[in-house]
Design a protein around this ligand. Structure first.
Ligand code: MN
Length: 740
């Protein structure tokens, strides 16, 4: 078992600047989080994250990846939360650990039709950070290494999954070492008999061929020396799994397989590679059709090498791979070899050109090929990944992918693209069609945001948006818009005040008086007057200090009656109150609604004709000179106000639960035209404790009657109870709420 201090030493050997404190913190945190957990083998759980970190340190990966490895199971398996990880270890590690947690939740059994979509999600996950996949692969590798502790049925399932998904993924990411080992381990548990037979036979062959390998190695070295080429020559034995695949494919026995041994020639530079090739081909006959030049045409995962097969010393067929040390590293480590993921070179774009491509382009290419590799069908088939179920991925018209939480709307999308796009958004086309901004986005949707200049997002959007980014931007913009409203209100108040005193109000004169008011800006004064914090008379006195008495500004007293009053609470602390005791009082039509500190004559509040009831989301629309009308958020009438976002006011219900306050709504009932029907309907409503206000027959045919009923209900649930009660009547064919 690897110890933490050994791990740190190993990391410091390739990265002297490693953040030891961070690694220690991650270790201690994981240790504490997993403290009473054990693995199937009975070992302490912490051995697992330590080993995973150790595997990744073999690839020389950065501190964040190692720390993520140490922490990779804490959210899934312990009390730890993402927020805590971010708090303790910062955003980068927090995101990586969270990514791992999501991968852990993969639902590997999914319907075929969904796979393309799922794959797209995988793709996004990768392009956001491929280190998540590196940790996942190391995690799987350690689990495979310790698979013998598992129950046999579990073993088979995990081994099959490894062979289907993780080994090909490692291969596509170019991490040959890991791919080989994953395959060997999976093969061992899936086909133990074949595995053991092969291992035995290979040991035999090795014994018998020991001489030949040494002879070939020796002759190669000597020959290349003659040509004056510095090189290292290794022999390598093919892995049991790939031999088994070949035997399976070609229907040949092990003895017939000529290329069990391969030789690798490592040289200093690319020119030497071709020189070695020339030397080898002039010395021994080459096998036709076996030459491949992956140096001039690298594989998508950046693999570069020359491949050839010759009939070498002792008439043995010899498979040769010729490459530089750098190519060798990429061949073994793949993605993990990329300098992007190594400490010390993560800063500065110039350092990232190590692999010959800009990192972004390189990553794009890899990701594109993960998707469209040699055999996408096959890979899709094997990648039954139900990834990131809580997210939705949509395209911009230019094809960029935007990831958002599920439930996101075009508003979220607009803000995800850019705050300015969000703030100036007035509409959206989804897949070429105009759609409401409240539409829930689906995976793969292409969104075109329609913008207009000088647009302010309605505060009500804050409730429609699901992303924090959109919400805070809307809040900010709303605050500014509301401030503007207060300014305008303040200016109105001052204008009428000044007029009452036979003066003409002007911004310029008030600006000159700012000093006497101890205020910084005109806007501050206007907004304070608008909010009622600064009496208009005080402003008047400041502008006309020589005038001793200003005609007092009439301000209505605030009624603070507790019974029979309810209020709407506005985000801005502005409180609206109005009496709601009797039906008449609901229809207030601008008749003196007191607002704290300001004359109620300025703003009146009323309900939209269709009413609104507690329990549903509401929006206030401020129409200058008319007041504020409260609409249910799904009211079609709101469409008329889409052009005036500055009039949207965020209001919420603020009603005591015990309140018996009633609210007017309208319902439309279509019922069979027969004696007693009306009585039944009235009875049902009465039984449900609903008050009928008015009842109108609006359409009468031979068989059916349609009626509009104005009701008073306590809240949305009460209304729904009445509607379902009416629906239960045999005579009623349809019943619906009229929202206007
Ligand atoms: Mn794990």
């Amino acid at each position: 078992m690897v110890r933490h201090y050994e791990l740190v030493e190993k990391i410091q050997s390739y990265n002297p600047g490693a953040d030891e404190a961070l690694l220690n913190r991650a270790y201690v945190y994981a240790m504490k989080a997993h403290h009473n957990q054990t693995r199937a083998s009975g070992e302490a759980y912490i051995t697992h994250p330590l080993e995973v970190a150790s595997i990744l340190s073999d690839y020389g990966l950065d501190d964040a990846t190692i720390a993520t490895a140490l922490l990779h199971d804490v959210i899934e398996d312990t009390e730890a939360t993402k927020a805590e990880i971010i708090y303790m270890f910062g955003d980068e590690i927090g995101k990586l650990v969270d990514g791992l947690t999501k991968l852990d939740k993969l639902n590997l059994v999914s319907k075929r039709a969904e796979q393309a979509e799922n794959f797209r999600k995988l793709l996004v996950a990768i392009s956001s950070d491929i280190r998540v996949l590196l940790v996942k692969l190391a995690d799987r590798l350690h689990n495979m290494r310790t698979l013998d502790a598992m129950r046999p049925d579990k073993r088979k399932r995990i081994a099959q999954e490894t062979l289907d998904i993780y080994a090909p993924l490692a291969g596509r990411m170019g991490i040959q070492d890991m791919k080989d080992e994953l395959e060997q381990l999976a093969f061992r548990w899936l086909n133990t008999e074949a595995y053991e037979t092969l291992i035995g036979k290979l040991a035999d062959l090795r014994q018998r061929n020991q001489n030949i390998i040494e002879i070939i190695e020796g002759e190669l070295k000597a020959k290349l020396g003659d040509f004056g080429i510095e090189s290292r020559v290794y022999s390598r034995e093919k892995k049991p799994y790939s031999i088994w695949c070949k035997m399976d494919n070609k229907q040949v026995s092990l003895e017939q397989l000529s290329d069990i041994y391969g030789f690798r020639v490592i040289v200093d530079d690319t020119t030497d590679c071709y020189q070695v090739l020339g030397a080898v081909h002039t010395t021994w006959p080459s096998v036709p059709g076996r030459f491949k030049d992956y140096i001039s045409t690298p594989k998508f995962n950046s693999y570069q090498s020359l491949h050839t097969t010759i009939v070498g010393p002792g008439h043995q067929r010899v498979e040769l791979q010729i490459r530089t040390a750098e190519m060798d590293e990429i061949a073994n480590y793949g993605v993990a070899a990329h300098p992007l993921y190594k400490d010390g070179v993560t800063n500065g774009a110039s350092a990232m050109d190590g692999a010959g491509l800009a990192p972004y382009q390189w990553l794009r290419k890899l990701v594109a090929n993960l998707l469209e590799g040699d055999n996408p069908e096959e890979f899709l088939e094997h990648t039954k990944l139900e990834l990131f179920q809580d997210q939705v991925f949509c395209f911009t018209p230019k094809g960029s992918l935007i990831a958002m939480p599920r439930g996101a709307t075009p508003i979220d999308f607009a803000y995800a693209v850019h705050t300015n796009i969000g703030n100036s958004c007035v509409g959206a086309k989804i897949n070429g069609r105009h759609m409401p901004l409240t539409s829930e986005l689906k995976n793969g949707d292409e969104i075109l945001i329609i913008t207009a200049e000088a647009q302010t997002p309605p505060p009500a959007w804050e409730k429609i948006a699901v992303t924090g980014k959109a919400r805070s931007a809307i809040r900010r913009a709303s605050r500014e818009a509301i401030q503007k409203q207060y300014c305008n209100l303040g200016r109105d108040i001052l204008q009428s005040m000044f007029t009452n005193n036979g003066k003409v109000y002007s911004d310029r004169e008030l600006t000159l008086a700012l000093g006497r008011l101890s205020q910084r800006t005109l806007e501050d004064v206007l907004a304070q007057v608008g909010r009622g914090e600064l009496p208009a008379a005080e402003v008047y006195s400041a502008v006309y200090p020589q005038e001793k008495t200003a005609a007092p500004y009439k301000r209505k007293a605030i009624k603070r009656s507790d019974d029979g009053w309810f209020s709407l609470r506005r985000v801005t602390n502005m409180r609206f109150r109005w009496p709601g005791k009797t039906p008449d009082e609901h229809e207030m039509n601008g008749s003196g609604v007191p607002i704290r500190g300001v004359s109620g004559d300025n703003i009146a509040i009323k309900f939209s004709p269709g009413g609104a009831v507690p329990g549903e989301r509401i929006v206030g629309i401020l129409v200058p000179g008319e007041g504020i009308t409260i609409y249910p958020i799904h009211s079609p009438l709101l469409r008329d106000h889409f052009d005036h976002s500055d009039r949207w006011i965020d209001v919420t219900w603020d009603i005591d639960e015990a309140s018996q306050e009633r609210f007017p709504v309208q319902i439309r009932v279509t019922a069979v035209n027969e004696p007693g029907t009306l009585a039944h309907i009235a009875t049902i409503i009465g039984e449900h404790d609903g008050n009928i206000d008015t009842l109108k027959m609006v359409g009468r045919r031979e068989d059916y009657t349609r009626m509009l009923i104005s009701l008073e209900v306590l809240d949305l649930k009460h209304l729904k109870d009445i509607l379902s009660g009416l629906n239960g009547l045999a005579a009623v064919s349809s019943v619906e709420r009229v929202i206007a």
